[in-house]
Design a protein around this ligand. Structure first.
Ligand code: GAR
Length: 227
């Protein structure tokens, strides 16, 4: 087992399935991070019960209670994060925009998972927008968090095909399965010190590049000549 597992705070607002994937990965003593805290801005977030059931400390800082006092809200969150000794933040469906000050304090130590192949489809309703745009490949991105929403150096992406019969729900499920694979890998790279940022781009030491090509639809279907 690694002597120095990095302590991570996972910030959620709801379901917490990515949080669960991180907790699952960190259950392996060889994983370079441990989940020191799951922090939600909503007391009703379903992920809180899952984390507690897995023995992970949880806390709630209700954003609603701060009524526009973003600095106060963030100070309360940072107090919890500090109390649990976390030095990395993983946003996992955390649906509040963070201030520039907060982002600057956690620069290089905060990551996010987003359900699109950024820079395409930042923001909300990514799957419906991908279907409406008619893209044939969609996916998810893990990136460092910077001041711009859903911006920041990209650590990893996974692409999935968009199928003709897809609904928002079916496409979301296909992407989410990849989020659950990608996010634990990316957090491990950050925690293990494998990530370098230069000129707004991330490189990940020790990560093998994918080979091959994903084409959708497949070219040259039966009946069409290849020329
Ligand atoms: C995930 O699909 C995540 O990528 C997305 O919210 C969902 C949370 O699901 N995050 C964003 O849209 C952030 N811009 P989860 O609570 O089950 O992990």
């Amino acid at each position: 087992m690694s002597a120095a597992r990095r302590r991570v705070a996972v910030l959620i607002s709801g379901r917490g399935s990515n949080m669960a994937a991180l907790i699952e990965a960190a259950a392996d003593p060889a994983y370079p991070a441990e989940i020191a805290l799951v922090l939600s801005n909503r007391a009703g977030a379903a992920g809180l019960a899952h984390a507690a059931a897995r023995g992970v400390p949880t806390a709630v800082v209700e954003s609603r209670a701060f009524k526009g006092d973003r600095a106060g809200f963030e100070a309360a969150m940072e107090a919890e994060i500090a109390r649990h000794g976390a030095g990395i933040i993983a946003l996992a469906g955390f649906m509040r925009v963070l201030t520039e000050g907060f982002v600057a304090r956690w620069e290089g130590r905060m990551i996010n998972v987003h359900p699109s192949l950024l820079p395409a489809f930042p923001g909300l309703d990514t799957h419906a927008r991908a279907i409406a745009a008619g893209v044939r490949l969609h996916g998810c991105t893990v990136h460092m968090v910077t001041a711009g929403v859903d911006e920041g150096p990209i650590l990893a992406q996974a692409a999935v095909p968009v199928l003709p019969e897809d609904t928002e729900a079916s496409l979301a499920a296909r992407v989410l399965a990849q989020e659950h694979r990608l996010y634990p890998a990316a957090l491990a790279w950050l925690a293990a010190g494998c990530v370098t940022i230069r000129d707004g781009r991330a490189t990940v030491a020790a990560a093998a590049s994918a080979e091959g090509v994903l084409t959708n639809p497949l070219p040259f279907p039966p009946g069409l000549s290849k020329r």
